[in-house]
Design a protein around this ligand. Structure first.
Ligand code: ZN
Length: 185
């Protein structure tokens, strides 16, 4: 694709997987998992959620999260997503959990922090923002299994003030039954 010629699937010499190889210049287009960064922000015991204004899962609630950009750290990316999706500033962000999503070749790095001044506002990517108590979380209207798992783990562990980083493999599709393999703490 650098020279504009079509690519074919083949196993390059010394490799053990099929790759997209250019028929014109032999350039190998490696495709690897993408990193997604996001955050769970708390304000006076409530958690910030955003109602998605874009597909996929338009109209469903999510935690602020998105693909990392080049030349930023995971923490910077999580803070950027909070601002882009909810006009939210965060304090004391720390890594909360790492989730593998092998079905779609993504790795999520979810941070935990405090929502500064309790302020958040919807913008182009978001229909609505809200601060939810545990009893108010719209569990049936969450956009992605990774959001459900992050919130579930948060409420299980919120009274333990340690700084463990959790990890799990999330195997379920949105809307299907949860299929999560948690790794030992
Ligand atoms: Zn080429």
């Amino acid at each position: 694709m650098l020279c504009g010629q079509p690519v074919v699937l083949q196993i390059p010499e010394g490799d053990n997987r099929q790759r997209k190889v250019c028929t014109g210049c032999d350039h190998i287009h490696y495709e690897n998992p993408k990193n997604v960064v996001g955050c769970l922000l708390e304000w006076r015991g409530k958690v910030l959620l955003c109602k998605r204004a874009i597909e996929p899962q338009l109209g469903y609630w999510t935690l602020p999260a998105g693909f990392m950009e080049n030349e930023e750290s995971t923490l910077e990316g999580a803070a950027r997503e909070a601002y882009e999706e909810a006009t939210a500033q965060c304090d004391d962000l720390r890594l909360f959990a790492v989730y593998n999503l092998p079905r779609i070749s993504q790795v999520y790095l979810m941070f935990y922090g405090r929502l500064r001044d309790g302020f958040a506002e919807a913008n182009e990517e978001t229909l609505e923002v809200g601060l939810f108590d545990e009893s108010e979380i719209p569990w049936d209207e969450l956009a992605f299994p990774v959001v459900t798992e992050t919130l579930t783990r948060f409420y299980e562990m919120r009274d333990q003030r340690d700084r463990r980083v959790y990890s799990a493999d999330i195997l379920s599709k949105p809307g299907a039954a949860m299929d999560v393999v948690r790794h030992p703490d």
